[in-house]
Each structure stands twice: as C-alpha cells, then as structure tokens.
Design a protein around this ligand. Structure first.
Ligand code: SAJ
Length: 426
C-alpha cells in the first residue's frame, strides 16, 4: 500500500505526537481536532500540551510543510483515530468521541483505505462499534477497506522516544488489515511490529494497564500494612525485590492519569462477574488519597484551621497532566477537613483546585504553612534542600507520599512522616 496522505483524528497526548512523527517522516498529514482552541494554538505555531521534545517535533513538521491542522477530516489513504475515551462518574466508558470521529471519517472513506483505532477502548469496540459505523457508507470492512486496532503504549514524559522504539501491536479485523497497519507504522516504528486480531489487540492494552493497577494496589496495601505493623515498607520492598521473581511497585498517594486509573473499568463494565480482583484494585487505589489525608490528620492532630503547602498536582512526576490526579483528590479532602491549602504545581502554575490558593513559587506556597506535603515527586521537589525549606516554612512537619525524602529532613529539624514508614527511622 502507498500511504502518501493520512488523517489523524484527535490531537492530544497521543494524536499530536503521532501526527507530527508521521509528518517528519515524509507522510502528508492532516491533523484533525474538533476543539477550535487546539486548532488555533497549533496554527499559531505553539502546542497545547507539555511533553518533552514535542514542540520541536511539531514545529519541524510544520516547517517541512507535511503537517496541516484542520477541524474536519478529508480524503486520505489512512485514518488514525486517537480521541479520548474517558469514563463517566458511574465508571462506564464514554465512547462519544470515538463514535463521532468514526462518523466523520465515513463520508471520506474510499476503497483501499485503512482505518486504525488507537484510542484505548472496551473489548470488541473495533468490530462491534467502529466497523458498523464505517460500513454505513456502503463499503465493506475487510473486502473494500482495511480496519485495525493498534494500542498506544507510550509513557507520558517519554512519548516521542517510545513511539518510535516500542514494539507495536496491530490487530486487524482480518490478516490483510493487520498487514496494512504494519506497513503504515513501519514508516517510523523501529521496534517489533506484532500482528494479531483486533479484539486481542484491545485486550493487550487493557491487560497491561490493569496488571499495573493491580500491582500498584498491592504496593499501596503493603504500605498500609507497614503502618499497621510499625515497619518500613520501602525497606521491606527493597529486600523483597532482591528475590529474582518479585518486583513490588511503589506505594504512593493513589493512581492517576488517563490510562491506568480508567482502563481497568472498561473490563469491569464489560464483564462484571469475571472481574472482582480488578474492581477491588481500583477501589484500593482510589481510596489511597483518603489514607494519606488520615496520616496527615494524625500527624497534625486534625486539619481544621491548619495551613498546608501541597507540592505538586500532576498525576506523576515531571509532567503537566492533571487528569485523574490523586494529588488533586488529596487537596480536596484536606479542604473538606477544614485545612487552608496552598498548592504549587511548577508544570502548571495556573492550575486551580477550587477552595485552594494556587502559588506561583515554592516560597509563596510555604509562607505561613504549618506543614508541607509532597504529592508529586517532580525532580525539583526530590532534590529540595530541607535546610533551605526550614528557613521558609514556619511549621516543622513534612509529609512525603512518594518515599523520596530521607534523614536530611530530620537533620534539618523536621518531623518527617513518610507514606509506608510505620516507624520513624528517617
Ligand atoms: N504509580 C504508583 N506506583 C508505581 C508506578 C506508578 O503509584 O510504582 C502511579 C503514578 O504515580 C501515576 C499512576 O500510577 O499516578 C500511573 O503512572 P504510570 O507511570 O504507571 O503510567 P502512565 O499512566 O503514565 O502510563 C501507562 C503506561 N502503562 C504501563 O506501564 C503498563 C504506559 O505504557 C501506557 O502507554 C499508558 O499508561 C497509556 O497510555 O495507557
């Protein structure tokens, strides 16, 4: 097949890196987003998300003349759907963006085209949801056009490298579709390209993230047990992980981001009777913010009227992504418990949690605070000098929910409370 021109629908954390990478590899790309603000920002030469190296790649794509941005798709050789699949409050998948992106492609679909769904989706979405919409145009999937599912497995913060280097799974509704997908992604993928069927490919993605969620839930539960038994989870973890077949993940304030905290619910929704473990792991991770706030309340003898400096709001270190962030839930719970909270998120200083005061600098966040709580282990927070902080923070309590601060905090005169440290050994 010859892929001279492609349309990428959805220009978010996955679509924009994908569109710009195809474009810098010589393919003509129409990047489509229904959000006029996104289209406007990109047309002005800026980008709307923070991802290392992305601005440079997008600008290179524009300079080479191969990338264009639009609010509607047009005729192309291939279409890639990379739109969000959020969950609703009742934990069911909201597939509206996939449905409308697919509907937008249907009128432009021509014989020989390839359509690839990349959005993380419940099992059978490609065959049961996307296929019938595309076939409304009169063409048959498999016979007239190719249809495949290819999960995106890149790690935010390392997207540009992983997009190229990671192995890529491509599941076709038939073998020819999988082959067509392989040919498309070979444009830039250096990792292995692994062919399978569409529903298996959907499950691969959901299984990977569910596996991680369950393992983080185990780590969080071990950390709670450490408080119960007066031991240090981090030390026990280090020793356990010396076993050749054990790899306990890190305990933390909970699981955020748009992937791991969402995807397992797709399996629970699709097959509730088969998924008690998956549901339980989600519930454990979702209740971790309350556990953290409980630690803080205990250390401060209640939160009412206390001034807390909350460091970090993003869902994990060194990214600006606040989606489903447990740090935000913790701030909300502290406010509910009567605390006055000042937040500082260096990757998004303008981010506001209702009821909290956003600080634009560390100094501002610490000023007047009774305690500081580390919610995200951004590099700049990991390497904070406690002696310097001691001069800025009136209170003497430091709470570390990431297990990254050590004895130097005690040396600087702080009472250090670390998640997972049931005994105060620094
Ligand atoms: N977390 C812990 N303890 C750990 C590891 C992570 O509490 O030991 C927390 C993080 O703080 C964060 C959340 O889990 O809140 C998720 O972070 P993450 O770095 O594990 O994963 P994501 O959501 O950034 O990216 C995941 C990756 N999936 C897997 O590692 C199986 C990535 O490869 C996927 O492409 C991505 O989901 C996605 O798009 O689905």
């Amino acid at each position: 097949m010859n892929f001279e021109k492609i349309c990428v629908l959805g220009l978010g954390y996955i679509g924009l890196p994908t569109a710009s990478t195809f474009a810098t590899h010589g393919v003509r790309v129409i990047g489509v987003d229904v959000d006029q603000r996104v289209v406007g920002v990109l047309r002005s030469g800026e980008i709307h998300i923070h991802e290392p190296g992305l601005r440079t790649r997008v600008q290179a794509a524009f300079r080479s003349g191969t990338l264009q941005v639009s609010d509607t798709p047009e005729k192309a050789d291939a279409f890639i759907i990379a739109v969000p699949t959020p969950i609703r409050d009742d934990k069911t998948a909201d597939m509206r963006a996939v449905i409308s992106a697919t509907e937008a492609i249907t009128p432009h679909l021509a014989p020989g085209n390839l359509v690839v769904l990349e959005s993380t989706s419940p099992p059978r979405t490609t065959v049961d949801l996307v296929r019938p919409i595309l076939e409304r145009g009169g063409l048959k999937a498999g016979g007239d056009f190719h249809l495949a599912y290819s999960p995106e497995r890149v790690l935010p913060g390392q997207i540009l490298r992983e997009l190229i280097e990671n192995a890529r799974v491509i599941g076709g509704i038939d073998h020819a579709s999988a082959e067509a997908g392989a040919e498309l992604y070979r444009t830039f993928v250096c990792g292995d390209i692994l062919l399978t069927d569409a529903t298996t490919a959907e499950m691969v993605k959901l299984m990977e993230n569910t596996y991680r969620d369950i393992n983080i839930a185990a780590a969080n539960e071990f950390a709670r047990l450490a408080h119960e038994f007066g031991i240090n989870f981090w030390e026990a973890r280090r020793l356990a992980n010396l076993h050749p077949r054990v790899e306990i993940l890190k305990a933390g304030p909970g699981v955020g981001g748009h992937c791991i905290s969402v995807d397992p619910w797709f399996l629970v929704e699709a097959a509730p009777k088969c998924t008690p473990l998956i549901r339980q792991a989600r519930e454990i991770n979702d209740s971790q913010p309350a556990f953290v706030v409980g630690l803080l309340e205990k250390a401060l003898g209640g939160l009412a009227g206390k001034q807390i400096a909350a460091l970090g709001l993003s869902y994990k270190p060194d990214v600006d992504d606040l989606r489903e962030s447990p740090a935000i839930t913790i701030v909300e719970l502290m406010i509910e418990a009567g605390a006055r909270v000042c937040t500082f998120e260096p990757f998004k200083p303008e981010a506001v949690v209702p009821g909290a005061a956003p600080a634009v600098s560390l100094e501002e966040a610490l000023s007047g605070a009774d305690a500081l709580v580390l919610l995200v282990d951004h590099e700049q927070f990991r390497s904070l000098d406690p002696a310097l902080i001691a001069g800025l923070l009136p209170g003497r309590l430091a709470v570390d929910t990431r297990g990254v601060w050590g004895a130097e905090w005690k040396d600087a005169g702080f009472q250090l409370q670390t998640l997972g440290k049931g005994k105060n050994d620094g």
